[in-house]
Ligand binder design. Structure first.
Ligand code: NAD
Length: 497
C-alpha cells in the first residue's frame, strides 16, 4: 500500500503521525493509498520550519521571487499530465476536466509572476513642508490554507502563489480524500528553487485543522470548503487573533427568461449542472424558468444530459466521473428520494446507474427534478452531485426574489437576449459572481473570486488583487530630511502651517 507522506522543510516528512487515513479511487471504490495524519507535534515542526524560512524569504528580492515563480509556472505546465492523473485517481473527475482545473489554477501563477504591479505602494511628495509619505505592503508571516476535496490543484493554487510571492511561508492542509497533487506541487516548488520550508504540506482531517486554527505561530488562514466548517474556521481562528478568509458552500441559481435562446441555454445548463458530477462550488444545481418555458427547456436539457457518458475519468470519451464517496452517493440519492416522495417529478433519473466493469465505483447519472417545493431539503441543501432542480415562476420579479432568498450567494446567472433585463439582474442579484448567458461565471485570476452571504465569511475575496491584500499588511511611512526645506519642530498637529 502506497503511503502519502507530508512535506516539511523541502522534503517528504513522516514525523510522528497520529494515524493513517485510507485514500480511495472513487471510480473503483478501491483503497489505493494511506495518508499520514499529522499529529500536533508534526504541525509544531512545520510551523517552526516555516517561520524560520520566512525571515529570509521575506527579504529575498522581488526579481528573484518572480524568477522562481516563472520557473514554477513552466514546471506545472510540464507536469500537467502527472497532476491530472493524481486528480482523476483520487477525485474521479474526467481527465479533460482535471486538465482544465490545472489550467484555471495556473492563471493564478501567471498573475503571481506579475505581482510587482499589484504589490507596489503609493508615494506622496511634499504633503507638508519637506515631508513625503509612502506606503508599502509587507507579508504576514506564516499562513495556512485549508482546502476542499473537489479541486485538489486549483483551490490551493488560488492561495499559495500569492501567499509565497508576497513573502510569506505557506502551510497547506489538503483534503484527506485528494492529497497527492499537493505533494507534486511541493516537489515542483523545490525544483523551481523555492527555499526549503517556505511551502509545506500537513495532512489530516478535523483534528489537525483544530490545531492549525489555534496555533500561535500561524498568522492567517485561507479556507475553502463547506459553510458549516467555514463558520468553525472563521469563529475559532479569529478568536485566536488570526486574519481569516473562509469561502463556504453554494447553491447557485440561473434564471432563464422567455426571450432567451433556449437551445443555447440548455446546452450550457446541462454542462454546468453535470460537469465534474456537480461537485463544483460554481456548479449550477437550480434553474428558475420564467413565463411558461419550463417544459420546453427541461426537454432540451434532458436531451443533452442523456448524451453524457459516465465512467472512470481516465477512460477515453468519458464526460463525467463518479461522486467522491459511497456516503456522498447515498446522501444525494436520499435527497432525490425524499423530494420524489413529497411530489416532485424525476424527469431524468440517474440514481440506478451502474458502470460496467466499475461496479464498485460511486457513480450517479445526470438527474433532473421538476415540481420541487422550495421547502424541500433538495432545494435548500447544497446537493454537490449531478442533480438539477428546475423551478417555474411567472415573472422576473418572482425569480429574482427566489434567487435572493437563498442564504448562499456564490454565483448566479441569467439567460436572456434582453440587455436591459440582463443589466437589471446584474445590479439586483445578491451574489459575488454573476454571469450573463454564462452559467459558471468563475472570474479570471486577475479579478478576485468570492461569494456573498453564507458563501464567504470574512471581507476579502480570494486570489487576484484582494488575495494580495489578504496576505499582506499595510505600512505608511512619513519621511523628512533635515536640510530639504523642513520647518523647525512645532507642538501643533497642523499640516498647513
Ligand atoms: P469540507 O468543509 O467538508 O472540508 C473542507 C476542509 O475542511 C477539508 O480540508 C477538511 O479536512 C476540513 N474539515 C472538514 N470538517 C471539518 C471540521 N468539522 N472541522 C475542521 N475542519 C474540517 O468540504 P469538502 O466536502 O471537502 O468540499 C466541498 C465543499 O466545499 C462544498 O460545500 C463546496 O461548495 C465547497 N467549496 C467552495 C468553494 C468556494 O470557492 N466557495 C470552492 C470549492 C469548494
Amino acid at each position: 500500500m502506497r503511503t502519502i507522506e507530508q512535506w516539511v522543510g523541502g522534503q517528504p516528512f513522516y514525523g510522528d503521525p497520529a494515524g493513517r487515513i485510507p485514500v480511495e479511487n472513487p471510480a473503483t471504490g478501491d483503497v489505493i493509498a494511506e495518508l499520514l495524519e499529522a499529529s500536533p507535534a508534526d504541525l509544531d515542526d512545520a510551523v517552526r520550519v516555516a517561520a524560520e524560512a520566512q525571515k529570509e524569504w521575506a527579504r529575498t528580492p522581488l526579481a528573484k521571487r518572480t524568477a522562481m515563480m516563472f520557473t514554477m509556472r513552466e514546471l506545472v505546465l510540464a507536469h500537467e499530465d502527472e497532476l491530472a492523473r493524481a486528480i482523476v485517481t483520487e477525485h474521479g473527475k474526467d481527465y479533460s476536466d482535471a486538465v482544465g482545473e490545472i489550467q484555471r489554477g495556473r492563471e493564478t501563477l501567471d498573475f503571481a509572476c506579475g505581482i510587482g504591479s499589484t504589490l507596489r505602494g503609493d508615494y506622496s511628495f511634499d504633503v507638508s513642508a519637506g515631508i513625503d509619505v509612502h506606503s508599502i505592503r509587507q507579508p504576514l508571516g506564516v499562513v495556512a490554507g485549508i482546502c476542499p476535496f473537489n479541486f485538489p490543484v486549483m483551490v490551493p493554487m488560488w492561495m499559495h502563489p500569492l501567499a509565497i510571492m508576497t513573502g510569506n511561508s505557506f502551510i497547506l492542509k489538503p483534503a484527506a480524500q485528494t492529497p497527492s497533487a499537493s505533494l507534486i506541487i511541493a516537489r515542483l516548488y523545490r525544483e523551481a528553487g523555492l527555499p526549503d520550508g517556505v511551502f509545506n504540506v500537513v495532512s489530516g482531517e478535523r483534528d489537525i485543522v483544530a490545531h492549525i486554527l489555534t496555533h500561535p505561530g500561524i498568522d492567517a488562514i485561507s479556507f475553502v470548503g463547506s459553510t458549516p466548517v467555514a463558520h468553525i474556521v472563521r469563529d475559532t481562528a479569529t478568536a485566536h487573533g488570526k486574519r481569516v478568509q473562509a469561502l463556504g458552500g453554494a447553491n447557485n441559481h440561473a434564471i432563464v427568461l422567455p426571450d432567451a435562446d433556449l437551445e443555447f441555454a440548455a446546452t450550457h445548463i446541462s454542462a454546468a449542472a453535470f460537469g465534474a458530477a456537480g461537485e463544483r462550488c460554481m456548479a449550477l444545481p437550480i434553474v428558475v424558468t420564467v413565463g411558461g418555458i419550463g417544459n420546453e427547456l427541461v426537454d432540451r436539457i434532458a436531451h443533452h444530459a442523456k448524451k453524457i457518458r459516465v465512467g472512470d475519468g481516465m477512460d477515453e470519451g468519458v464526460d463525467m466521473g463518479p461522486v467522491i464517496s459511497a456516503t456522498a452517493r447515498q446522501r444525494i440519492i436520499a435527497l432525490v428520494d425524499e423530494a420524489e416522495r413529497d411530489g416532485a417529478r424525476v424527469v431524468l433519473d440517474g440514481r440506478g446507474l451502474v458502470v460496467e466493469g466499475r461496479e464498485g465505483g460511486h457513480f450517479l447519472g445526470p438527474t433532473i427534478v421538476t415540481g420541487v417545493s422550495t421547502d424541500s431539503t433538495l432545494y435548500h441543501q447544497e446537493v454537490f452531485g449531478p442533480v438539477l432542480t428546475v423551478l417555474e415562476v411567472d415573472t422576473y420579479e418572482d425569480a429574482i426574489d427566489l434567487v435572493n432568498a437563498s442564504p448562499f450567494g456564490n454565483g448566479a446567472a441569467i439567460f436572456t437576449n434582453d440587455g436591459g433585463m440582463a443589466r437589471r439582474f446584474t445590479l439586483e442579484v445578491e451574489a459575488g459572481m454573476v454571469g450573463v448567458n454564462v452559467p459558471i461565471p468563475t472570474p479570471v485570476a486577475y479579478y478576485s473570486f468570492g461569494g456573498w452571504k453564507e458563501s464567504l465569511l470574512g471581507d476579502r475575496h480570494i486570489h487576484g488583487p484582494e488575495g494580495v491584500s489578504f496576505y499582506t499588511r499595510a505600512k505608511v511611512i512619513t519621511t523628512r530630511w533635515p536640510d530639504a526645506g523642513a520647518h523647525g519642530a512645532t507642538m501643533s498637529f497642523r499640516r498647513d502651517e
